[in-house]
Structures are given as C-alpha cells and as structure tokens.
Design a protein around this ligand. Structure first.
Ligand code: FEO
Length: 394
C-alpha cells in the first residue's frame, strides 16, 4: 500500500492478493483481489474491522505491527465468510483481551466454522453502537448481502462506512483509494454480478436505508476504498433499480458448425433490428463476463447443440449459473441443432425456475440450418425487437 491512512487514527491493515485467480473454486479473478481489514483507534478503545484470508495471516500481523497496535479491544466481524473471518482465531490468540462483535446469526456461523468459544462474543442488534471514546461504531444489520448474517459498520464521527463485501471489487492494487474509475467500475460490476446480483431486491432496501447516513468514505473488504462514494453508490443504484436495456445475451456452444451458423444469423438479424447483442462462446468465455452481461439484459438466447438427447453440458452449466444469479431477465429462447431428436428445450426450461421469464418460441433444426430455419430465426429476432420496444428497453 502506498498509503495506509483513511483518516487520522483509521488505518488499512489488510492484504492484497495479486496472484489469486479463482474464488470459491468457481469465480475467475482476472485482476486478483484484496482482503481489507481496518484498524480504528479511539481515545479509549481500539477496534479491528474484519480480518483477512487465512493465506495472508503474516501480512495482517505485519501491518498491525507497522501501525503500532499493542491492544485491540474489539474485533468487528461484519461477515462470517472465511476470506474475512479466517484470521479471527489468530487475532483472538494474539490479542486475548479482545471481544468479538457481530450479529447473533454471525456468532452461530463463527462457532460452527471456526470453533470460536462462546465467551469471546458480544452480539449487537441493528443500530446498536459501541463507543471507542471519541469515536462511535454503529452496526447496521444487512441480512442477505450476500449471507444471512451480514452487517455494515458505520464510524459516525468520520462518516466512514465499512460494508464488508457490499460495494467491493475483486481488484488487486497498491493504491488505497480509487484512482482509475473505469477499471474499478468494471471490477465492481463483475463483483456485483457474481456475488450480489441474486440479492438485488434486498440491496434496494439497504440502499434506501443508507440514505440517512452521511458518508464520506466507503471502505469495503475487497478492492480499493471509495473516497468519492457517490461513484459506487450511483453504480449500485443503476444495477439494482434501473430497467434492463435493449440487449440480448447469447451464450452458445457449437460442435460441428450448425449452431454457430444459427447464432451468426440471429446476431445479424438482431443487429439489423437495432438490438445490442453480447455473444459468448462457452468453450472459451470468462463466466464473470457472462454474469456481467446479465446485469443489464432483459433477454437471453441459448445457442445449444444436442448431446446424448439433451443440451450440451457447457450450456447446462451456464444456465444453472444464470438461474442461481437471478438476473432481471424477462425473456428467454433457445436455438440450436440436433441429429436424431432429444429433449434439449424441455430439459433447459426446467433448469431455470428462478428466472421469471417468458419463453419465446425456440428454433431447433435437424442437422445444418436451412431456409425455413433462417426464416424462423428472423421471426425470433422480430419478436425480441418487438418485446424490447413494447417494454421500452432502450
Ligand atoms: Fe468476501 Fe462473502 O466474502
């Protein structure tokens, strides 16, 4: 870190993980990540807000040495997931007088996950406060962002919000504050799509609640700190409140070229009708980019060949993921080819119960697509363009 001070007496003590390339053994991290931990010194008490991933213990301890902390009174656990909580046992061992502050639900998780003794905890209610002397920490319960136990911590006197995962980004950088807004926007949108999107309606409520808190700094637990918080607040407002745009997301697989031919034709037809298309070859795409595209899109068209009487497994994987991420999709369709039959459409349709979509007529062809199939793709493009127009998706 080129700088470690957010405000006088408020320090960054986290760890940057430049080389990590996968999170939860699932999520690609093309730009690495960081696990942000913060130390707040009051006139009477000192608090540590969240810790770091278990792989980064030495970095956290070294940073605590650098800021000269001899005693920690409170360790605030905003969230129980191990990339933030994993070093709680080490911190409690090194600072045995410290009490662990969290929501009641978080306490249950931490006992289960990390076997922390019950006597170490202070559980706090929504809007409860703890005094550090000249500073006050207020705790804002924020369940289902993205786990059920989560809370945000607000440092009143300095107007700093510590929201843990919310407003975060998987982005390794040695700059404490956001400098390159374009890069951070991309990383934060990817993060939102992969982690927060399933909870977008909950986040709407939390954004409304946060309006009553004056905020000068947002210090999340991944990625750089926002000293111009309106940048990330505005981005989140657009992701959770805005209507989808005039976009079709088109993830596809092609084995021998038939489905690819159909995809190309449909993309051309949609382009002629003024619809933006985001096409993803699922043999090579970064699933994070696909997730990002789903943030703004009302329509997904799956390009899928039939394998052993069902959808190609790579498409099934993408549909499973999209169903779990619960984007604001309104319409879906399926195009592709088969050799001798199968239940591709039926099987894919049952895999997306969370997506409240109207299924538009699929276009499945036997073998290579022919004139009638291209005509059906043109009809599908007409239908999509019309639906977008009727719904004012621009
Ligand atoms: Fe960054 Fe949900 O942990």
């Amino acid at each position: 870190m080129s700088k470690v001070t957010l405000a006088e007496g408020v320090f960054y003590v986290g760890a940057v993980d430049w080389d990590r390339r996968l999170f939860d053994s699932l999520i690609p991290l093309p730009d690495g990540t960081s696990y942000n931990s913060y130390l707040v010194k009051g006139s009477e008490k000192t608090a540590l807000i969240d810790t770091v991933d278990p792989t980064m213990t030495d970095v956290l301890m070294s940073h605590l040495n650098q800021v000269g902390v001899k005693k920690i009174d409170y360790v605030i656990a905003n969230h129980a997931e191990q990339d933030h909580s994993g070093n709680l046992p080490n911190i409690l061992e090194r600072y045995p007088e410290a009490k662990l502050v969290c929501t009641p639900r978080c306490k249950d998780f931490l006992v289960d996950l990390l076997m922390i003794p019950e006597g170490k905890f202070i559980t706090v209610n929504d809007k409860e406060t703890i005094s550090l002397g000249n500073r006050t920490l207020e705790f804002i319960h924020a369940p289902w962002v993205h786990w059920p136990e989560t809370m945000l911590t607000y440092l009143r006197e300095d107007k700093i919000l510590f929201p843990c995962d919310l407003f975060g980004s998987h982005l390794a950088t040695n700059e404490l504050f956001v400098t390159d807004e374009g890069r951070v926007y991309e990383a934060a949108k990817r993060y939102f799509a992969e982690i927060m999107m399933p909870f977008w309606s909950n986040i709407q409520k939390h954004l409304e609640r946060l309006k009553s808190y004056p905020i000068d700094i947002i210090a999340p637990s991944h990625g750089p700190v926002h000293n111009k918080p309106e940048f990330i607040l505005k981005a989140y407002r657009s992701w959770v409140f805005d209507e989808p745009k005039n976009i079709v997301v088109l993830p596809y697989i092609s084995m021998h070229g038939s489905t690819q031919k159909m995809v190309r034709h449909l993309v051309e037809a949609l382009t002629e009708r003024g619809v933006t298309v985001k096409q993803f070859d699922l043999t090579a795409t970064d699933l994070g980019k696909l997730a990002m595209a789903l943030v703004d899109a009302p329509t997904v068209v799956l390009g899928v060949p039939t394998v052993l009487a069902g959808p190609h497994p790579n498409v099934a994987h993408a549909v499973f993921l999209a169903n779990a991420l619960r984007p604001k999709l309104r319409f879906a369709s399926i195009i592709g080819s088969y050799g001798w039959g199968g239940k591709t459409v039926e099987m894919l349709s049952t895999m997306m119960p969370n997506l409240k979509v109207e299924v538009l007529p699929p276009v499945l062809c036997k073998g290579f697509p022919k004139e009638a199939d291209f005509k059906a793709l043109d009809d599908l493009a007409n239908t999509i363009a019309q639906k977008h127009k009727e719904n004012k998706f621009t």
